[in-house]
Design a protein around this ligand. Structure first.
Ligand code: ATR
Length: 276
């Protein structure tokens, strides 16, 4: 019988996931004995794959595209942030055998922006591009940083308006179309669309980014994404992709599972140096 604690990321596709490497580096750094693997799990196999995993020394799971909503449904208990985001990226086996669902994506993004890149969000005008699951997970943690406002722009405007309604109790949030924001300026523009995955860009006007503004793509890629390039072309002070967020959300998951917080700086540096 395998007695080493097992962890894994489930997703589909999963072959390019950096999570096994990140968690193995965390385990070495903090001297924790564990295994972390990546498993290709299509949505239709999710329930049986989860049951099987926790039957065989599984202690915790990360779930990525397209499984975060299914993981949210599967969890027996939800953290407050998972409740709000309606998505779970971290499942934790509890002592009584139940599964706790959490979402560390938003806190990972905020850690990367505010700690790693020293970007204060206080009184900043923030634009979120996209109104899907990725946007939903970051609104509450961003609002906690007391920006002036958050504007959510989406191709399908109803989705942006619905998100706005759902989160309006947190502060000044607007939901609109790309056309509606043509004449506005933002200090931080976050790309939470899935457009980067296909090399596309949402329809952005060249005046959207304020002087000294920054751009951040929640997606990451070895080569600059179309949105990171857009930021560089529009003189963003920072035009970043989501590699730092990926490592920070992983560090938070590791902390939840093991009670030890890994240092992320050197690991982000290492992964950055391996980009080709
Ligand atoms: P995720 O969970 O990754 O957010 P999703 O829920 O499918 O994925 O949402 C994808 C988001 O990317 C949506 O906001 C989508 O816009 P629509 O709601 O109008 O479909 C947005 N998106 C995808 N491709 C895009 C593109 N080429 N230009 C602009 N927005 C795009």
């Amino acid at each position: 019988m395998n007695t080493t604690d097992q962890y894994a990321v489930f997703g589909h596709p999963i072959n390019h996931s950096k999570s096994p490497r990140i968690h193995t580096l965390f385990a070495e750094q903090t001297q924790q004995r564990l295994n972390y693997t990546a498993q290709d799990v299509p949505a239709e196999s999710f329930t049986s794959a989860v049951a099987d995993f926790f039957k065989h020394s599984g202690k915790g799971l990360n779930c990525t595209v397209p499984l975060k909503e299914l993981a949210w449904q599967r969890a027996d208990i939800l953290s407050e942030r998972a409740k709000l985001s309606k998505a779970v990226n971290t499942l934790v086996l509890q002592k009584d055998g139940s599964l706790l669902g959490d979402n560390t994506d938003g806190i990972g993004l905020v850690a990367d922006l505010t700690i790693n890149h020293k970007l204060s969000l206080l009184k900043k005008r923030i634009l979120i591009l996209g109104a899907g699951g990725a946007s939903r997970g970051i609104i509450a943690p961003l609002m906690e940083q007391s920006p002036t406002h958050i504007v959510i722009a989406n191709r399908t405007v109803e989705k942006a308006v619905n998100l706005r309604q759902e989160f309006s109790h947190l502060g000044n949030i607007a939901g609109c179309s790309y056309q509606d924001i043509r004449d506005n300026e933002f200090d931080l523009i976050l790309n939470a669309t899935s457009a980067s995955l296909t090399g596309e860009l949402p329809p952005l006007t060249s005046t959207l980014l304020a002087k000294q503004g920054s751009c951040y793509d929640l997606a990451y890629s070895n080569k600059p994404t179309a949105f990171v390039k857009w930021g560089l072309e529009h003189k963003a002070v920072n035009s970043l992709d989501g590699l730092g967020m990926l490592v920070e959300q992983a560090a938070e998951a590791f902390f939840i599972w093991r009670g030890v917080r890994p240092e992320t700086k050197d690991i982000i540096g290492l992964l950055n140096s391996e980009r080709n």
